[in-house]
Design a protein around this ligand. Sequence first.
Ligand SMILES: [Zn+2]
Ligand SMILES: [Zn+2]
Length: 207
Amino acid sequence: MAKDPPYQVLVRDLPIHRKFEVPPERVGEWLKGLPMRDALGAPEGDPQAGHGVADLDLYADGAHAFAAGTFRGELTVACSRCVNPVTLKIDEMLRVTFMPRHELPDDDEPESAGGRPDRPDPDPDNAEGAEVSEEDLDVFPFDGERVDLEPLLREQFVLAVPFAPLCAETCKGLCPQCGIDRNTTSCTCEPPIDPRLAALKGLKIPS
Ligand SMILES: [Zn+2]
Ligand SMILES: [Zn+2]
């Protein structure tokens, strides 16, 4: 049974105003493999993974298509210190250009989530290491027939995750010896001796 992918819009239907909802199962699927997501040990189809909604105006102009609007949502990842769940809010203004692959900068191709036919060879005219301007960052590939919003929506969740998410600035983390959550319990573990100091103790100072 062929069903239209939920995040694609045919160019012949443009201009259009539409809302695109991202359910928790999708968020879980998109963030699979992300260490701060996997650390939660959440089940497949985790209903707490997060959700989002894009409210977009889509229009086309010859070889390009454009999307403008908002994206709001949230997602749950693990605190990088105590591994408890942290909910991150997303509230973004979107302004995106979809352009043919050969016009895209080489190193700015968003990963597709599979099922896409082979990519054409990168444009040899695009010099490697060319500077990518601010606007180029909001560019996605376009085949001229349908606007595929999935890479854009996926990116909203991926970019929302900071390098080291924290449940609170003051999170005390886990005890490195016994592993208890120091936010809720205390232990009597002694801090280990710094191996650098231990080495110094055995050092003989020449007289
Ligand atoms: Zn924490
Ligand atoms: Zn301890």
